[in-house]
Design a protein. Structure first.
Length: 275
């Protein structure tokens, strides 16, 4: 049974919700839904201007556990617009506590745990929201339809391909424009299209999706205009893509047919009935 830090022996309690958000790069943001900072268990949670914790939903009536945190962002602010745009808050782990401000002895058990997925940014005004899904959503069973295309992502737990066995390290060469760069320092540059639909990450932590790769010119094209954020000579890591088919640009590339989450040879229920 969970134990929340809300003693009910007094006639009045003053509850406050505290949220701890941990990014994949280790950065931690502690938010207090209160007028002043709250320190408990030697950790200080600070009010965040424009922040609102709302929509806490637990597993009742079959709903997925979820939570929403609204926020304001700005260049160089506590929640930096640049960090949001380059994906540093994607997948951040969130823990929500509830405490009594008159009895700050311990945090107690979490009221909610989950991860940020996705982030919504308002194009008008510097506001946004973290849509947070409970950890149980990661392991839930999902009804799937038959499909010739793989239903999972490359390097996921269902795919089981090890990303460390397929990474390519190099450096940013020439920045051609916002969508295109050349890549230097690859030990053995792969063939045309090898990185198509793949992903990359710079030493600064900027993550991006790859639209096209050309061997002859070592030119890489990104889907989003992030290349202006790169620095020539900066280290980067690239991973190949998968077109989710059984062919040489999909499972065949990784010899991973056994883990393919698809039915590439199934011609449909009608064909099966016809024998």
């Amino acid at each position: 049974m969970r134990s929340y830090n809300l003693p009910l022996t007094g006639t009045t309690i003053f509850p406050a919700r505290l949220a701890r958000i941990t990014r994949s790069d280790g950065t931690v943001l502690r938010i207090a839904e209160a007028e002043t900072s709250i320190t408990v268990d030697a950790q200080t949670y600070v009010p965040l201007p424009g922040c609102e914790i709302m929509g806490v939903k637990h597993i009742l009536g079959g709903d997925k556990p979820s939570l929403q945190i609204n926020f304001s962002h700005s260049d160089g602010g506590v929640i930096d617009t640049f960090d949001l745009n380059v994906g540093l808050w994607d997948g951040a782990e969130v823990i929500l506590y509830v405490v009594d401000r008159n009895n700050l002895t311990t945090l107690g058990d979490p009221l909610f745990t989950g991860s940020v997925q996705p982030i919504v940014l308002n194009p008008i005004g510097a506001t946004g929201s973290f849509d947070i899904r409970g950890l149980s959503a990661k392991a839930e069973s999902i009804a799937q339809r038959y499909s010739p295309m793989c239903r999972t992502d490359l390097f996921s737990s269902l795919c089981q391909v090890d990303p460390d066995a397929w990474d390519h390290t190099g450096t940013v060469g020439t920045i051609i424009d916002r969508f295109n760069i050349t890549v230097a320092g690859l030990g053995s540059p792969p063939v045309d299209g090898w990185f198509n639909q793949g992903v990359g990450e710079t030493a600064a932590g900027i993550k991006f999706e790859i639209g096209n790769w050309v061997f002859s010119t070592l030119q890489l094209t990104t889907y989003l205009p992030v290349c202006a954020l790169f620095t020539p000579g900066e280290a980067l890591t690239l991973w190949p893509g998968c077109d989710k088919t059984v062919g040489p640009n999909g499972c065949g590339r990784f010899s991973n047919w056994i883990n393919m989450q698809a039915e590439p040879h199934f011609k449909g229920a009608q064909a099966m009935l016809e024998g």
